[in-house]
Design a protein around this ligand. Structure first.
Ligand code: ASP
Ligand code: MG
Length: 422
């Protein structure tokens, strides 16, 4: 007997028929002798619908007072789906009880719309499990010290599920979703992409932050920190599929030392279309330059990704970095108006038609020459590299966006990730 957490996304909870299927699947696990905690998202479209209603009445102001009400509102989506699932389970003859975040309670800080979980009291849930009930805990929400309802940011039910699994010391947290696992790259770009049996937490973080949107990044961080075994699997298999087969399907996100890890040097090719490059030219090369430029950008709440500073010539240097494309115009303006005059730099130029392509793999730690293979492959395709950045387990290049798909396909093939053709 194990303690298992299941998380079901909005699509899996999208209609009463689907909720009934979820209930049958969960009941199957419970009847196999497992203690079951289930964390559902709102029914698909519901969170958008609710937030849309708010916007109709008053545009988002970003104020605490407004955001508090958004959380109050959005949290009802999960409350409804959780109660429906408990009712469906009871309909299957399974004792079941649902709890909203505040009832558990799941305590968070007070940052409305993007709150962070601080602690979870597991007493109530554990007592119900021991009484033989399936326990449903709403995803996405919690309560702050003052008793306000908070939410964890879009896609936050993943994080709720992992946090509940961590607090309960669950044996595994299974995230049921509309894809059947984590792929070597986006199959829409490379049809030969393969599903990974296992991937490490660190690789998953690098891939998640590159926009492979299978899981909320925070949930992966959480799972890594608290060592919660996490599995991503399809919710579209028939509910009565053999449990052993189901339990081994999808992708297991696991620890490096785990011998179940696949032994690939490069595990995946990640990419991000939304990168924009900005260069400050002719900057006097003296202490404080990076701080003056990037400090101003950070103060404007703009996130910076790849950064390069060149060696100087005649006391001047060029300084380049990338931001999200949505922040491009604002960053250029800010630098031109506020930073250039103070800095005595020559000019600011930019390009918002760039993208970032990365190879990711923990095997890169112990193998040399991986980055150079990447550069060779790109040169053979005639793709010019504009910027390079590396970490222990990732090498990224910034290139012209029109070459993105070509680069991803060529790298996927060169690193042996294409699935063997049948
Ligand atoms: N319902 C929330 C959202 O749509 C949370 C979630 O589904 O994970 O963002
Ligand atoms: Mg999701």
């Amino acid at each position: 007997m194990a303690l298992i957490v299941h998380k079901y996304g909005g699509t899996s909870m999208g209609s009463t028929e689907r909720i009934r299927n979820v209930a049958k699947r969960v009941a199957k696990w419970a009847r196999a002798g497992h203690q079951m905690v289930v964390v559902p998202s709102a029914m698909s479209g519901e969170t958008n619908r609710l937030l849309g209603l708010a916007k109709e009445l008053a545009p988002a102001k970003g104020s605490d007072a407004y955001n508090r009400e958004l959380d109050m509102l959005a949290a009802t989506g999960e409350q409804a789906s959780s109660a429906l699932l408990a009712i469906a389970l009871q309909g299957e003859g399974m004792a079941s009880v649902s709890y909203a975040g505040w009832q558990v309670p799941i305590r968070t800080d007070s940052s409305y719309t993007k709150a962070r979980i601080e602690s979870i009291d597991d007493a109530k849930v554990r007592a119900d499990l021991n009484a033989g009930k399936v326990v449903i805990v709403t995803g996405f929400q919690g309560i702050d010290d003052a008793g306000n309802i908070t939410t964890l940011g879009r896609g936050g039910s993943d994080t709720s599920a992992v946090a509940v699994a961590a607090a309960m010391k669950a044996d595994e947290c299974l995230i049921y979703t509309d894809v059947d696992g984590v792929y070597t790259t986006d199959p829409r770009v490379v049809p030969e992409a393969r599903r990974l049996q296992t991937v490490s937490f660190e690789e998953m973080l690098e891939m998640a932050s590159m926009g492979s949107k299978v899981l909320q990044i925070r949930s992966v961080e959480f799972a890594g920190k608290y060592r919660v075994p996490l599995r991503v699997l399809s919710s579209f298999t028939p509910w009565d599929i053999d449990l052993v087969e189901e339990a081994a399907s999808g992708t297991l996100i696991t620890f490096e030392e785990d011998e179940k890890m696949e032994q690939a040097i490069v595990s995946g090719i990640a990419f991000n279309r939304d990168e924009a490059k900005i260069s400050v030219l002719g900057v006097p090369d003296k202490p404080g330059i990076a701080f003056q430029i990037l400090g101003a950008v950070a103060d404007a709440n703009i996130e910076v990704d790849v950064i390069i500073q060149n060696i100087s010539k005649d006391g001047k240097t060029d300084f380049s970095f990338t931001v999200h494309r949505n922040d491009y115009a604002r960053t250029l303006e800010l630098l031109k108006d506020k930073v250039l005059p103070q800095l005595g730099a020559a000019d600011v130029v930019g390009d918002n038609k760039t993208c970032k392509v990365s190879i990711v793999g923990i095997g890169m730690r112990s193998h040399v020459g991986i980055a150079s293979t990447m550069f060779r492959v790109l040169s053979e395709e005639g793709i010019n590299i504009q910027m390079i950045s590396t970490s222990e387990i990732k090498t990224s290049v910034v290139i012209d966006e029109k070459y993105m798909e070509l680069a991803v396909r060529a790298l996927h093939k060169a690193f042996g990730l294409d699935q063997a053709s049948a």
